[in-house]
Design a protein. Sequence first.
Length: 218
Amino acid sequence: MDRRDGPYGEIVLRQRGERLEIIANGCFLMDTSDGRSERLLIDAALAALPAERRDRLPSLLIGGLGVGFSLAHAVADPHWGRIMVVEREQAVIDWHHGGPLARISGAALVDPRVVILHTDLVEHVRTSTDSYDALCLDIDNGPDWTVTEGNGNLYSAEGLAACRERLNPGGVLAVWSAQPSAAFEEALRNAGFSGVRTEEMRVARGVPDVVHLAVRTA
């Protein structure tokens, strides 16, 4: 449906029957066939917040707009307050603004809580002074399977420290992955997070999709 060359390489939107797929540099990222694990990313982060924080419209950063499942699900939940979405690919943003993916995200994009920021997530986390109650990150196929080499910095000790700085005390970091990673769990603990755990979403074939969760202690 569309193919573009950008600063991070090739990005493609492809249609297979009713399903839309996003391909980056030849690597399958996600499609519109399911979305359960993307919704789990949002729900697990909210559930991990202290009850008193959930009642005060917690702020949320979504890393990666993708096909829009995470954003649409967050907007449908009145518990969330400010919702920032960081997306580095202009093509992906265009596909949602009046493009083929607007069928998923159209209503969410006009919600007054939502801001779409066109920038690199790794850079934003490192340089921003904003803070959030939850970071829900889904820019790769997981910590061990990044789309571009630079994304690996997000899962390094330095990157996780930056994520921790972006969180308010008691805030939650949630990271989507196509497979569990014991090494990443250990990296989260080493970065000073507590409550590190992994939630699974069973799929028809292969290993389950997972969400890695960690909490910034006060």
